[in-house]
Design a protein around this ligand. Structure first.
Ligand SMILES: Nc1ncnc2c1ncn2[C@@H]1O[C@H](COP(=O)(O)OP(=O)(O)OP(=O)(O)O)[C@@H](O)[C@H]1O
Length: 771
């Protein structure tokens, strides 16, 4: 049904502004919408499967008939069906143009260009490999190539494998085969995974394999490069490598380089220290010491000086960072060949997962350790290399054969995870990359549903539509753990977090996703709001001091001032003596402006803080605008989107506080929750699989990230190709259905669909059913 009563007026969806759908959706839930026929309460449907319509959320026996004059002239009578007491349109309009911001554009399914052809499944029935037979009897099947990868245990082996081709299955089975069939002593095997979670997952799988005991599995030396090599360092130099000396946090490292930058006279506010630290990490992982750096440009020249200082400060204070764990081990083996020999004799087999993400120091360590046996099994997919910014380089995967003569190579190109429709979509995306090993994944089966692109108005509506879709699927029998919502950066998860947090659906997310409302710049703006609502809010005063360029010590003066003059902390600000007439005058003007905020709408109030209270200058001067990955101003634009649907700043501050509390609660709950929807960055989702995958923000600036687009404009292709690989990773996580979201607006501005899917969208058909 297209019409309803809203706050005493009759409205039609055909005349409502597109950007107001979310408000209507929210107000429907608050009971502000009623049926234009029977007057009972209705709500707005805002999902992926259907065009928006009003519906009775309390089911009726007799459907309400909307008079035909009120429906669209394009719709004929036989194009309706009845649902929840309403007549709904059956077909969808065919859209041939780019989505218009003013009208609702229905989702579209991707046309899959090449039809599915079945690959003849070659399964060996080899009698001689007893354990393989046992595994098959236990339901763990292998194709011919997979089986070769499992049983070829001697000498170097390179497994080049696409997404979903059974890498994890092969590595796990190979380990089990070595233990059970070949009786290899478990602690002579080193199994390196990219994350601790992946190592735990493999061990969990091994327990379910026949013939293996828990003690055997526990004895395998497994974990990430960092965890394995750090243990070696600790064993030999416990004190030097004690946890107390580790620079755990990014800000600790930043403090050192900033200090070094000051000595060099670098602009504290404009210099991109986040990128400098990234560059230093890159050099370290490439085994390039400060003395060996050959700066490519003036910027790198400056960073190389910071690098020298950074290393010297660490050395002087006995500190180390994460990169030093691997470098330290490398140096240990170089300096003490007898120790290296000891470890060469300690291990016979090396299994390395995610080899495409290996960096130079890791590669050299493996080369050194395996020099005696050469039993290295490297498994990887260059299309899933997504850590170049940390020095990872798929070239090591592609050049493995040169360094390990006599390498056996196995190619796994059958995808066992997803249907043809998803595999083909992934193939079409990734084939546009220039720097890759040419290969094409083949699916095992085809289904009638195809990947979907949908067009929410903005981030808020994107979250609502996904929530609706998940609810519908759960109603039809899906489990919460079947779903993953994937995003490029943590901040992009704000709206979906909020929507899920206020629903009854169980969900979990990475422990390191901080609440959006606790981000530095956001907290700064909210502090002004809090002070407007309570002029004596001490925490708020402390939080606004940095943006007023006042030291924290001023806080005590303000407390004294407010007692002596019997005034509020806010008023006390106007009496602060800074010695600068200009600043003192600004502080005097501040009081009425802060007071006025409480009567403004949150979006206007944010504007006032930015422009009239100097927050914009603060953002520029504080330097976060120099950061390439995370700009403070992006946070403020996100904040405005979040604030759009709240009426006043009290409501908004309460909402923010609620969400901060929910963030903590969900993280706690998440530790115990098994059956829950997953919210994850694409990086963290690598190696995992879900029945239903939703990818947020498939728009320019989202994926690809703004940073990669900037680099591309400056002639650098690599970051853009890495972004395409990220989308490839996201798409290939889906086991059944894939939804790509293309919001029409992002961060309050019109957005364009990601260049990575424009090729796919040319093939769009819009009449195909989706479930
Ligand atoms: N031979 C096979 N027959 C049937 N299913 C298989 C086979 N090999 C693997 N699978 C299944 O295919 C899915 C993908 O396998 P796995 O997770 O091992 O792939 P992967 O190569 O590690 O994937 P990715 O790199 O994309 O994370 C899993 O559900 C796995 O159980």
């Amino acid at each position: 049904m297209k019409t309803a009563f809203y706050k005493n007026s009759k409205i039609s969806l055909e005349n409502i502004n597109r950007e107001d759908y979310q408000t209507l959706y929210d107000d429907g839930k608050r009971g502000f919408l009623s049926c234009s026929v029977c007057g009972e309460s209705v709500r707005l449907y805002l999902g992926i499967q259907e065009q928006p319509f009003f519906y009775h959320h309390i089911k009726k026996n007799t459907p309400c008939e909307e008079s035909t004059s009120e429906s669209s002239p394009r719709e004929s009578n036989n194009s309706f069906r009845v649902q929840d007491g309403f007549r709904l349109p059956k077909s969808r309009a065919v859209l041939t143009t780019e989505p218009e911001a003013a009208t609702f554009q229905h989702h579209q399914v991707l046309k899959i260009q090449r039809p599915f052809t079945k690959t003849k499944r070659v399964e060996t029935n080899n009698q001689e490999y007893g354990y393989i037979k046992e595994l098959k009897n236990a339901g763990i099947r292998f194709d011919e190539n997979q089986e070769q990868a499992v049983i070829n245990t001697e000498g170097p082996l390179l497994i080049l494998a696409g997404a979903g081709s059974g890498k994890t299955r092969v590595l796990t089975a190979r380990t089990a085969y070595m233990l059970v069939e070949l009786n290899i002593i478990p602690n002579r095997i080193m199994l390196v995974t990219f994350t601790a979670k992946a190592a735990a997952e493999m061990k969990k799988r091994l327990i379910s394999y026949p013939g293996l005991e828990q003690a055997q599995i526990q004895s395998i030396v497994s974990g990430t490069f960092h965890s394995i090599f750090y243990k070696i360092l600790l064993f030999h130099h416990r004190q030097k490598w004690s946890g107390e000396n580790l620079l755990k946090m990014e800000w600790q490292r930043e403090q050192i380089v900033r200090e070094a930058g000051r000595k060099l006279g670098l602009d504290d506010k404009e210099f991109a220290y986040d990128l400098a630290l990234q560059q230093i990490g890159l050099w370290k992982n490439m085994l390039c010491s400060p003395g060996q750096v050959k700066p490519a440009d003036p910027w790198e020249e400056k960073v190389s000086l910071l690098y020298r200082d950074y290393e010297a400060v660490k050395e002087r204070n006995g500190l180390y960072d994460f990169d030093d764990m691997l470098l330290g081990c490398y140096r240990l083996f170089k300096d003490q060949p007898h120790l290296l020999e000891q470890y060469q004799n300690r291990f016979d087999y090396f299994l390395i997962d995610e080899f495409q993400d290996i960096n130079k120091v890791q590669y050299e360590l493996i080369k050194m350790l395996s020099a005696r046996t050469k039993n290295v099994c490297a498994v990887g997919d260059d299309d899933q290399s997504i850590y170049a910014f940390r020095g990872s380089d798929p070239t090591y995967l592609l050049e493995f054969e040169k360094d390990f003569p006599g390498t056996n190579k196995v190619i796994l190109n059958q995808n066992y995870r997803s249907p043809h429709e998803i595999v083909e979509t992934a193939n079409t995306i990734i084939v546009a990359n220039q720097q890759r090993f040419a290969k094409e994944m083949k699916a095992q089966y085809s289904i009638s549903t195809k990947p979907v692109v949908f067009y929410p108005y903005d981030e808020e509506e994107e979250a609502t539509m996904i929530l609706t879709d998940i609810q519908e699927k759960i109603k039809r029998g899906a489990e919460p753990a079947d779903f993953a919502v994937l995003f490029r950066t943590n901040t992009a998860s704000r709206a979906i977090f909020e929507r899920l947090a206020t629903s009854s659906l169980p969900f979990k997310m990475d422990q390191d996703i901080e609440s959006f409302y606790e981000r530095f710049m956001v907290r700064g703006i909210l502090a002004f709001f809090r002070l407007s609502l309570d002029e004596d809010n001490g925490d708020a005063v402390k939080n606004i001091l940095p943006s007023l360029f006042l030291k924290q010590s001023v806080f005590r003066d303000l407390q004294a001032e407010s007692i002596l003059n019997d005034c509020s902390m806010l008023e006390a600000l106007s009496h602060v003596k800074t010695g600068f007439a200009f600043q003192e005058q600004k502080l005097k003007k501040l009081v009425p402006i802060v007071r006025s905020l409480s009567s403004l709408s949150p979006v206007i109030a944010i504007d006032r803080v930015e422009k009239d209270l100097g927050f914009q200058d603060f953002m520029k001067k504080r330097g976060s605008e120099g950061n390439k990955w995370e700009k403070g101003s992006d946070d403020i634009r996100d904040l405005k989107v979040a604030a759009r649907h709240t009426k006043n700043i009290r409501e908004f501050v309460e909402h923010a506080d609620h969400m901060i509390a929910m963030n903590r609660e969900i993280k706690e709950l998440g530790k115990k929750r098994g059956n829950a929807i997953i919210l994850s960055t694409i990086h963290r989702a690598k190696g995992l699989e879900y029945k239903y995958v939703y990818v947020l923000g498939t728009v320019e600036g989202g994926i690809p990230h703004d940073f990669a687009l900037d680099s591309f404009r400056n002639g650098e292709l690599q970051p853009l190709e890495e972004e395409r690989r990220l989308l490839y990773v996201a798409v290939t996580r889906a086991m059944e259905q894939l939804y790509l979201s293309v919001p029409l607006h992002r961060r309050g501005r019109k957005a364009n669909p990601s260049r990575f899917i424009t090729g796919l969208r040319k093939e769009l058909q819009s009449k195909e059913p989706v479930k």
